[in-house]
Every structure is written in structure tokens, then in C-alpha cells.
Design a protein around this ligand. Sequence first.
Ligand SMILES: [Fe+2]
Length: 381
Amino acid sequence: MKDCWKFATPQYLKSGAGISLTVFEYIKELGVEKVYVVIDPNLAKTNNLAKQILAGFQKTDATIFSDFGTNPTTIQVNNSAEIFKEYKADAIIAIGGGSAIDLAKATILTALNGGIIEDYLSGKKGSRPFIPFIAIPTTCGTGSEASPYAVIADPKQKKKRGIEDYNFLPKLVLLDSKLVESLDKTILAGTAIDALAHVCESFVSKKASDITKSSAKGILVGLTDNIEKATFEKDSEHLFAMLNAAFSSRLLYPRTGLTIAHALSHPLGAYTNIHHGCAVTFFLPESFKANYIYNNSAFDEAFKLLGFDKPDDFYNWFAVFTNKSGISRYIQTHLADKEIPVEKIAHDAMESSNIPSNPKPVAENDLIEVINKSISYWNLK
Ligand SMILES: [Fe+2]
């Protein structure tokens, strides 16, 4: 059906400190016997609640998969799908950030429908109904638990590509501040800026409507305060505020699309393996500045809702926050000795579904300018 919105959300959502332990009750309720668990490889090393959850799965019939990194790859997905098929699970649980959740989505799609993940990245569609999928996010940015998309890196083509499938929306999402509090401060900050980017980009998008804008307004108010307190104090109230912001902002952008900040972030991630939230942070200021005159009223309104009277006040806050949280250092350390293939990133970004929704109509040269300005912004060569 053309020219209409598709509404889709996870079926159930529960939130609370320690709520993730209720996953076992839910599995019992579903009558599930064999569970496939995709869990962030570092989580159980640093988080006591995650250790408890893993110990719980050891008492059940479960297969645990943790062999993936910051940007899940086609190879890792195909490996996971093979293990999944052999094991014949009747439910899948993802515990982690966007990488764990996206890998779980891609695993089910490939394992249930056959072939390899590259087929689906090239447009093949799955037809078999999903088994119950439970997502337990442990970062507060990507919002993958609320989205019909999975993004997978293809190392052969050096590209990150997305798949849309409305079966990707989980049956149950559990938002648990206890799983986020052990997250490294810099990564937490990067994921929080990703959530801020989702809501701001959705708000200024060419495809934004009165309905998406009114939802975005509610997320923007108080967001920078929540980002700071969640990052530096890691208290339950503000971690929940960020978990909620990440979830809610991700519901918006299948309706609005995003901007060049996101279009550019994926190829940068594919070429340098930089964390997604930090890749978005890398492009955010110069992308906003390039777009400002094309929709200045929406940008001004978004900045005001965030608590800034002028655009420069927002950029000053952004510079202080990215320094204090360690994102600047992460970007400089991670990218200092890497070649940033400017033309290739611009070329790949033009294929992004976020280009048509960008306020400014852009060509490759415009993107090259934004990439070069971003390189200067972060004092890289
Ligand atoms: Fe993002």
C-alpha cells in the first residue's frame, strides 16, 4: 500500500531494575524448551546481573552465542545461523547493544528461510514466521529492540547494509537499568548521542509530519540533562530515561528517515570498525551545520526543546560533553592511524535510505565536504 504509514512495535514491553531476570518466567509461560541466546561477549565479564542471567540459562536447555564484535559481520551471522539450525531452538533471546540484537535478527531470518545472510542483504525476503524473539538491550542508544531493521557489515564489500523485515520486532522487550550501569562511560555516551541523533534527525527530516514531530518533542525535552546524568552518574532514574528515549526515538524514524549524519556513519563504520554511536557523533555537528539553512525553523525548535537558545549553545554543549565523556579521545585514538577513504564513504552514503529524507538535497560532493569538515572538526588529518 502506498503513501501510508506502517505502525509496528514490539508486542510487549516491561521495564524495571532487575526486570531482565523475569525472562525465565516468560520462557516458561511460552512453553519454550530450547533457547538460543545471543549475548554481548563482554557483558558477562563486567555485569553481575548478566552473570546471573547466564547462570540461569546454564540450568536450562540453551545455546549461547557470543562470537561477534562491535559491528556484526556477514561471516558471524552465517556462523550463528548454522549453529542455530543445528540446535533447532524454539525461541531466541538477544542480550546486548545493537550489535547483539541485529545479529540475532539476522540469525533467525537466515536460519528459518535458508541461504546465507548476503542473500537477504541483496533483497531476498523471508517468508517463514519467526519464533518468539526477546530483546534485552544493554545500551541506551541504538533502539534496535524497537525497529524493523538490522544492519550487518559485509567485510568483502567493506559495506554496512541494512535489512528491513517487520518480523524483526520482538515479542518482548525488557528494559533494565542494571544491565546498562556497567557500560563503559565513553560507549554509554556514544550510544546516548546516537539516541539524540535519532530524535533530532527525525525532527528535521524532510519526511517529518505533525504526528512524528509531536512525539519527538516529548523526547527532546530534558534529553541533554538525561544524557549527562546517565553518563556521569549512572543512576537508575537517568539510565531509564535514556533507555526510554532510545526506544521511543527508534519508533519514529521508520516513519521519517534520518539525515546525512546517519547515511555517512554506516560506511565510516564499515571502513574503520568504529562504534556506531561514535561514528554518528563524528558526523553530527557538520551534518547539522550543512543542513541548517534548509530547515532552520525545525533545527531552532529542536535546539530550544533541548534547552539551547541558539545553535552555538548546542554545539558548545556537544563539544564539552564529547570531551568530558571521552568520545573525542575515542574518535582520535581510533581514527588517528586509519585511512579515512573520503570519496568511497561519500559514494556509499549516497545509497542510504536516509538521503531522500535529508533536509538539503545532496550530491556526492556535498558529502565529501561534510566528511572533510568533520575530519578537521576532530583534528584528524
Ligand atoms: Fe543510529
